[in-house]
Write a protein that binds this ligand. Structure first.
Ligand SMILES: Cc1cc2nc3c(=O)[nH]c(=O)nc-3n(C[C@H](O)[C@H](O)[C@H](O)COP(=O)(O)O)c2cc1C
Length: 301
């Protein structure tokens, strides 16, 4: 039996394959495709203090080699998540990473404190990098001082591991990651989407109501890989890679660059079993070579 387990700080995940926030619902939607509990974990859609309807449509469009989204963090809110979704995930043994979002440090803390009271959460992932909201989001993520402030406050408010999700639009992203590490982050996740646009040429109209949207998918991968490489060389806490991962080879590429684990995002929309397929491929890859998954981490550095 190949050992796929990996350690993310104090946490042991059964394998390094997770799903990315906003690209896998609350996990329960994928029941018809495979047993989600087989994954290393799932990241929830970004949870806010109160439910949010998100932005008006159109809020998604396809582009070559990727997609644009301006969902605007539509979600059921932390309370409904804890009441309606988490008990089912817990019962099924799904590892849950709660992705959280707020426009103030105080609200980040309140959400983390609410989650702290629940069993069955592996970690909180701070979304300080959403490009699709007017308050908070990316404005936190671009600023090392603000990112560190949010991290420090949440760190002090919860015993749960704190992961901080980086924005590729931060100028010196390694400096932001280092500031979060110093503020007590247990892991860095990278990357969130990059802002993009699309225009319908026939109608001479922007394809997204929000004008811009977060660009994700295969075209993001080389950028994400470069950033993960950079961050992994700058911090000593684990880095969890996200960005255009749709095959096992993509996942391995990120691990060789220094990622401890990976998250599958946009690929789920084209293939709802993408994460399971990537996990099975990783198991075969390790079995054939007689190595553990953790042996891949940073092996190309
Ligand atoms: C439709 C959609 C919704 C997303 N919602 C969130 C979110 O709520 N919180 C978050 O941190 N990231 C969110 N993301 C970003 C993804 O988790 C991921 O970081 C990004 O899409 C890059 O990975 P990918 O190319 O594999 O999709 C969302 C992405 C998409 C496409």
């Amino acid at each position: 039996m190949t050992d796929l387990a990996i350690r993310v700080g104090s946490l042991t995940l059964k394998n390094p394959v997770l799903t990315a926030s906003g690209c896998f619902g609350y996990g329960l939607e994928y029941d018809d495709f495979f047993d989600v509990a087989e994954l290393g974990g799932i990241c929830t859609k970004g949870l806010s203090l109160k439910p949010r309807p998100g932005n008006p449509p159109e809020r998604i469009c396809e582009t070559p080699a990727g997609m644009l989204n301006a969902i605007g963090l539509a979600n059921v809110g932390v309370e409904a998540f804890c009441r309606d979704k988490l008990p089912i995930l817990r019962q099924r043994g799904v590892g849950v990473v709660a992705n959280i979002f707020a426009s103030s440090v105080a609200d980040f803390v309140t959400i983390a404190e609410r989650l702290e009271r629940e069993e069955g959460i592996l970690a909180v992932e701070l979304n300080v990098s959403c490009p699709n909201v007017t308050e908070g989001g990316i404005e936190f993520g671009k600023d090392a001082r603000l990112c560190a402030e949010v991290t420090r406050a949440v760190r002090a408010a919860t015993r749960l591991p704190v992961w901080v999700k980086m924005s590729p639009e931060a100028g010196d992203i390694a400096a932001v990651a280092r500031a979060c590490e110093e503020a007590g982050a247990d892991a860095i996740t990278a990357i969130n989407t990059i802002r993009g646009m699309s225009i319908d040429v026939e109608q001479k109209k922007l394809r997204l109501q929000n004008r811009t949207g977060g660009f994700s998918g295969p075209a993001l991968r080389p950028i994400a890989l470069r950033i993960v490489w950079e961050i992994a060389g700058a911090v000593s806490i684990p880095v969890i890679a996200i960005g255009g991962i749709s095959t096992t080879r993509d996942a391995i590429e990120f691990m060789l660059a220094g990622a401890t684990a990976i998250q599958v995002g946009t690929a789920n929309f084209a293939d709802p079993s993408a994460a399971k397929r990537i996990l099975d491929g990783l198991r075969t890859h390790c079995e054939k070579r007689g190595i553990s998954a953790s042996a891949l981490i940073g092996a190309a550095r």
